[in-house]
Design a protein around this ligand. Sequence first.
Ligand code: 1CP
Length: 348
Amino acid sequence: MSETPRLLRVLSGETLDRPPVWFMRQAGRSLPEYRELRSRAKDFIAFCFDPEMAAEATLQPMRRFPMDAAIVFADILLIPLALGQDVWFEAGEGPRLGALPAIGDLQDAIDGSTAKLANIGETLERVRAELEPERALIGFAGAPWTVATYMLEGRGSQREAARRYAYEHPEELDGLLDVLVEATARYLVMQARSGAQALKLFESWADNLAEDVFERIVIRPHARIVEKVRAAGVDTPFIGFPRSAGALVDNYAGAVPVQAVALDTQASAALGRRIQADGKAIQGALDNLLLLAGGPALDSRVDQLLEQWGSGPYIFNLGHGVMPDTPVQHIARVVERVTGKKAKAVAA
Ligand code: 1CP
């Protein structure tokens, strides 16, 4: 059997006998061994910058489940940190960011930013050295608009002030997005050179944007990042994830030169098939709450997704990340249904 990882075969346009499977947030609080590891780190940022611990967190779900791909353990907010904005995590609440630096200071920080993220490259090297050759390693970054929302709001899960800023200060926002495009492209080049075999752009907050704004702050920055990475001589495939973009996912798939479009829970069967017919792979879109809930509805939705999208290039995944309280047996059950392989029992 070919050792080329299934994920990479699908990203080059192949349709396989069964899709590769991995889950967003497969490393994390749903795993008891993660909670144990996490309790040993000083804080979440220190955890991300410790290559030994981060590599271990990346590999934990790979030991337990027959996943076809690992995603490097890191966070989208390491880029603002590398650009000189304070970032910290409040226990039980989520990310907090300090005041937005002046645009000139952000621009000046681009050159040094990739070196500040060198430890993430070391995590990738360690994981690639341990992972079986038939399993792929994914690197990632937050997409510019999503990262900008955190930089502007100073915290997670809120976008209204950022969206208002996009209208009230369009030139400043474009300047910030330009900085993020450049820093992110360099960071992804470094990840590819350190062993990442696919690169994912997380646009977690692509919802509620008008078509012209979506074009300006989502489509254009994504396309420029891919172009810059290609201009650096890196041909690593991209997965773009314009989460909750609704009808604008078609615009995205038509305009951004990614190899796969990740779809969220609400994506219709027809949307996925249109993207496949246009020559791109798709990824998604099992509801993370259905994974948590389990039961016969979970099995039948898994079968439905395999049926509706499996006749084209398809990567089985969730519509958003694994929820912390998800029973491990539900993850094992879905992965077995997709791959035919059983999970291993791992001592907690
Ligand atoms: O204390 C902890 O354990 C922190 C929880 C946690 C974890 C496990 C955070 C804080 N980040 C991560 C890791 C992470 N983040 C990964 C790698 C592991 C994997 O997927 O298996 C990835 C790919 C991310 C990406 C990420 N971070 C996104 C994009 C994906 C998404 O979920 O939409 C976003 C938006 C973030 C920001 C962030 N980091 C952490 C939290 C709790 C959040 C969300 C905050 C919010 O509500 O806005």
